[in-house]
Write a protein that binds this ligand. Structure first.
Ligand SMILES: [Ca+2]
Ligand SMILES: [Ca+2]
Length: 250
């Protein structure tokens, strides 16, 4: 599947490299899978249109209301979706004023196809229109990150044995110790995480509070999780759950 990065023509405005729109695939608590479509660092917007294209490893799902997606409440924005084909939906939103649309704007319901693998389970967002109330045309340039793959991993499993226990907490401390007790950044080691965590599925497995930094805080959280589980204390956090780690071309 080839998706061309969407560059929106600029009209006298400079490009900001931090503006982006992308998909984050997540398991919900009930086991359903969602692709959260996320706007980051965008200016205030009044309208927009974008395609969401899924790889061969996914099928669109529908909820109890027959809907393909859940819109997040965003400052009076109204959404409409239409299906282009089995792998592509078009979404458009309009509002009455310019609003901050940053964050998750919609969650698209997904289910795994029989042939689902990390390499065919991508979700890409292709923007065709974003504008404010004064401009009928897009007002800046943006290139969307293209998702190259989406890998499943267990949150907190730093040693890659498919379970989370005290050894994962200890191994994380060991890795930090080897790194001169400096925290590690998920973004910095995402392409060579096995240098630090040889058997982990991805760098994100060690960042259990998902703040982008692998630190002693994460080790403490894993240890607390293990204590809760062994004490049969109800645990409501995300450690031990399966999540997706996406690799983008950005
Ligand atoms: Ca483990
Ligand atoms: Ca962290």
């Amino acid at each position: 599947m080839a998706i061309t990065p969407c560059a929106i023509s600029s009209i006298g405005a400079s490009a900001a490299s931090t503006e982006k729109i992308y998909a984050d695939i997540v398991y919900e608590d009930d086991g359903t899978i969602e692709a959260n479509i996320i706007f980051e660092n965008m200016p205030e917007l009044a309208s927009g249109g974008f395609f969401v294209t899924i790889g061969d490893g996914w099928e669109f799902d529908i909820d109890d209301f027959g809907e393909h997606y859940e819109p997040y409440v965003r400052q009076h924005a109204s959404f409409t979706s239409s299906q282009v084909n089995d792998k592509k939906l078009f979404f458009t939103f309009t509002t009455s004023h310019n609003y901050n649309m940053n964050g998750t704007v919609i969650s698209v319901h997904l289910k795994k196809a029989a042939n689902n693998t990390p390499n065919n389970s991508t979700v890409n967002v292709d923007v065709v229109l974003l504008s404010d109330i004064e401009n009928s045309n897009p007002i800046y340039e943006m290139t969307n990150p293209i998702m190259l793959s989406a890998h499943e991993y267990m949150i907190g499993d730093t040693n890659g044995d498919n379970k989370v226990d005290a050894r994962d907490s200890s191994f994380l401390l060991y890795v930090l110790d080897v790194n001169n007790n400096q925290p590690l950044y998920v973004n910095n080691i995402k392409n060579n995480h096995t240098t630090y965590f040889p058997n982990a599925k991805c760098a994100a497995a060690a960042d259990v509070d998902k703040d982008g930094i692998i630190s002693t805080v994460d080790s403490s959280l894993i240890r607390a999780y293990y204590a809760d589980i062994m004490s049969e204390i109800p645990y409501n956090g995300i450690i031990g759950k399966i999540d997706f780690f996406e690799i983008f071309n950005d």
